[in-house]
Ligand binder design. Structure first.
Ligand code: HSE
Length: 431
């Protein structure tokens, strides 16, 4: 028999995403009721300012200044947390909601990357669920894909471009031939950057997302501290042009992979083949590539941010709860999640190296010697555009370990012939 008991939401945070969720619930009431078998309603909302015009009618809902009070109201079944932040009100209210017996839907990647395991444990101990589709890659249903659609696979690798702002900056640098600083300013003016831009360009936001996907893919406790993080700030227009000459694009690429060395999690600039789906990803769009032992490669592409796409992801979790679909936060019970066994080194790969040498006899020979001594073989090398007593040098290595590369980089520094650099970018094997 159909359960006509309404599912009652309390929404904390009425920014772009919160307003988008309110709109969907108001405009699609019949669709939601027919798909879930019961009405989905909002009973109360909370945000920093009550007076702000958000373009949605909030008159039907109770107002709470304090998100904790909202989260613990008797007439709220699901606490929808759209405030953001890994500490403070978002964490307090989420914990309070769980303690008060509510299910939680959140878009908060930072909160879950730092406290996901503890929150999942307390929710599951209380018989509650935490769902977070909107926290990773906006509108792309990647959490659902991993926890449900691909649950019959061992996951070989999860990769993704999951920060639209960085992909916008890198692709705009290439298409307009503009330097990083100028495109960064442009992105800021367009409102693409987070309040703390380092969350975007430092790779932190994307790193949070990768840590969440890795936990689901490998059944491990979310371990953001183990993500090797490197932002896009040192990528120059020259790097982008050289990469293009060799048939590659530069992406801020996340890779999670379980190998004999343990779980590797990297969110770093990488070269990927220009012809691959990841290489062809333009602008602020996101892409997640999942490789499963049975299914092969799955490519998911779509909007990683914005009102409609992110609200769409929030609604998929709300709809699951309304339907009675209850899945553990990370795809298996939190008490059974294993330690992530972080890998101390990453899988060997070829590297792109760019450096500026003092233009003196023997300079290049010293660099080649250091690489040889570190056991690194050169695949390609070129010098270009000499200027003012310095010589820019570009080297592509054969496959090597990051350890050997780091030892070579220390060796370069010891030669005292470096005028600048080196910039080292991994070349990721993707098809
Ligand atoms: N700032 C993020 C991005 C969206 O640019 O993709 C929220 O995670």
């Amino acid at each position: 028999m159909t359960d006509m008991t309404p599912l009652r939401l309390g929404i904390a945070g009425l920014g772009t995403v919160g307003a988008g969720v309110v709109k969907i619930i108001r405009q699609k009431a019949n669709l939601l009721a027919s798909r879930t078998g019961r009405p989905v309603v909002i009973t109360a909302v909370s945000a920093r300012s009550r007076d702000k015009d958000r373009g949605v009618n909030l008159a039907d809902y109770a107002w709470e200044d304090d998100p904790v009070a909202l989260a613990t109201r008797d007439d709220v079944d699901v606490f929808v947390e759209l405030m953001g932040g890994d500490e403070g009100p978002a964490k307090d209210a989420t914990e309070a909601a769980i303690a008060a017996g509510k299910d939680v839907v959140t878009a908060n990647k930072a909160l879950l990357a730092h406290h996901g395991h503890a929150l999942a444990q307390s929710a599951e101990a209380a018989g509650r669920v935490i769902r977070f589709e909107a926290a990773v890659a906006g509108g792309i249903p990647v959490v659902k894909s991993l926890t449900e659609g691909l649950a019959g696979n061992d996951i070989d690798r999860v990769m993704g471009v999951m920060n639209g702002t960085c992909n916008y900056i890198l692709t705009r640098m290439e298409s307009a031939g503009l330097p990083y600083d100028e495109v960064f300013k442009e992105a800021n003016q367009l409102g693409y950057l987070e309040a703390d831009p380092n969350l975007d360009v430092g790779g932190i936001d994307a790193g949070h997302k990768l840590a969440l996907l890795a936990a689901i893919a490998y059944g491990t406790r979310v371990d953001f501290d183990a993500v090797e993080l490197e932002g896009i700030g040192s990528i120059t227009i020259d790097d982008i042009k050289h990469a293009a000459d060799m048939g590659y694009k530069i992406k801020l690429l996340g890779v999670a992979q379980l190998t004999g060395r343990g779980l590797e999690q990297r969110m770093t600039p990488c070269l990927v083949p220009a012809t691959s789906p990841l290489g062809q990803l333009e602008g602020g769009t996101n892409m997640v590539v999942i490789e499963g032992d049975q299914v092969g490669q799955i490519v998911l592409r779509g909007a990683g941010a914005g009102e409609g796409p992110t609200a769409s992801a929030v609604m998929s979790d709300v709809i699951d709860i309304a339907r009675g679909t209850r899945i553990s936060t990370f795809g298996k019970p939190a008490v059974e999640l294993e330690d992530s066994r972080a890998a101390r080194t990453s899988a060997p790969a070829p590297y792109y190296l760019r450096m500026m040498l003092d233009d003196k006899p023997g300079a290049l020979a010293k660099i080649a010697t250091v690489l040889g001594e570190a056991g690194i073989s050169i695949d390609r090398m070129r010098q270009y555009d000499h200027a003012g007593g310095t010589a820019p040098v570009l080297i592509v290595t054969h496959k090597t370990t990051r350890e050997a590369l780091d030892s070579a980089i220390s060796g370069f520094e010891a030669t005292k012939i470096l005028a600048d650099g080196p910039v080292a970018i991994r070349i990721e094997a993707v098809s």
